[in-house]
Design a protein around this ligand. Structure first.
Ligand SMILES: [Zn+2]
Ligand SMILES: [Zn+2]
Length: 366
């Protein structure tokens, strides 16, 4: 009987461990009333110039904790044509979608419209038929994608074949397409970060995206980038496809690249607010030195610069709270306070060129 109870106990422990794997908040704690949907909207397979079958893209995404992917094979560039004829440009999506059935991953139909600069490469996701996007000229495919209510974004605008300077910039054709609302977003991260693309996104109110543009095996390609591919989180009202698509159109995104988060201030603020916790401050006995414990609930280290009016005891004003870790700081407040304003800049939360997210919180002493 004792053995049975022990076995049962072990089984319950095992079960709760496994359940927690599926119910945990991955990477970041969700802001209130918001889902952080992890996506990669730029992925290749053997159906264009990638090196893997679509099934593997699903398995990889599941292993890496993604919620939604789009397979975006090049429409025009088909270097494996001798081995894979690929007459139906929806095929790589269909294979991935079928394989993902019953699994905790959404796959949406997408394609990369592949032209030289300008307009360069553009991704269209949430399309209904990729075959209709193939045209001789470089604009008709973009118009057709919009007819299909797709979300369309500029890919790697800093890529050297189109931009030998490495500096992303818009051409008149882009400006026209943005004005007509045919382009909705821009990749600020595609393997590397482009600060100029971030400036373009903010100036033109485009959605900020970071994607993998993966061609080989994701873990091999990204082990040198902090062990994870660039991920775009959509701050979504629901976890259904309509809400996620709406979130993309409304520009509610945050990019996670290496140890950086990148996005518009209004999107980064609620994420930091729910992932950086402060303890109630207390004074060390018989001193005017206040103690505050800061907890980081996220998967990235937080690089903080204390901007308050006091100086810290023992620490520099720039310090790091490790992922899912905490740090106690001591603040020399000169006199005994009832409350204290905690003002920080977060040096790895980028909201523009030379601009880092500012965060403040007022804490009351006991
Ligand atoms: Zn491309
Ligand atoms: Zn690509």
């Amino acid at each position: 009987m004792k053995k049975l109870i022990l076995l049962l106990g072990c089984f319950i422990l095992f079960l709760s461990f496994n359940l927690s794997l599926f119910s945990q908040e991955k990477f970041f704690k969700n802001p209130k009333n918001t889902f952080l949907i992890s996506t990669d909207l730029h992925i290749h397979t053997v159906f264009s110039d990638g090196f893997v079958w679509p099934n593997l893209r699903v398995d990889e995404a599941l292993r890496e904790g993604l919620d939604l992917i789009s397979i975006t094979d090049h429409l025009e560039y088909q270097p494996h044509k001798g081995d894979i004829l690929n007459p139906d440009k929806n095929r790589s999506f269909e294979i991935a979608k079928k394989f993902a059935q019953g699994k905790e991953l959404n796959v949406v139909l997408g394609a990369e419209i592949t032209r030289s600069m300008p307009p360069g490469h553009l991704n269209a996701v949430f399309i209904t038929d990729a075959n209709l996007l193939l045209h001789k000229d470089s604009i008709s495919g973009i118009i057709e994608a919009n007819k299909q209510n797709a979300f369309v974004f500029m890919n790697h605008p800093n890529w050297w074949p189109g931009r030998p300077s490495g500096i992303a910039r818009l051409e008149p054709i882009h400006e026209e397409l943005i004005k007509k609302k045919f382009i909705h977003g821009i990749e600020v991260v595609n393997v590397g970060l482009s600060i100029e693309a971030l400036e373009i996104a903010i100036e033109n109110n485009l959605t900020i995206l970071g994607t993998s543009d993966v061609h080989g095996i994701a873990t091999w390609e990204f082990e040198q980038y902090g062990g994870h591919r660039p991920i775009t989180f959509v701050l979504s009202e629901g976890n259904d496809l309509t809400s996620i698509k709406n979130g993309l159109f409304e520009g509610k995104t945050m990019v996670w690249y290496k140890d950086l988060i990148i996005g518009k201030q209004e999107n980064l603020l609620p994420v930091i607010d729910s992932n950086l916790e402060f303890s109630q401050p207390t004074y060390i006995e018989n001193t005017k030195i206040a103690l505050v414990n800061l907890s980081n609930l996220s998967s990235i280290p937080l690089v903080l610069n204390y901007n308050g009016k006091f100086t810290l005891h023992e620490d520099d004003k720039i310090f790091i709270i490790p992922p899912r870790g905490s740090k106690e700081i001591k603040i020399k407040t000169i006199e005994l306070l009832k409350k204290i304003n905690m003002n920080f800049e977060i040096f790895n939360a980028i909201i523009g060129k030379d601009q880092y997210l500012r965060f403040s919180k007022t804490l009351n002493f006991e």
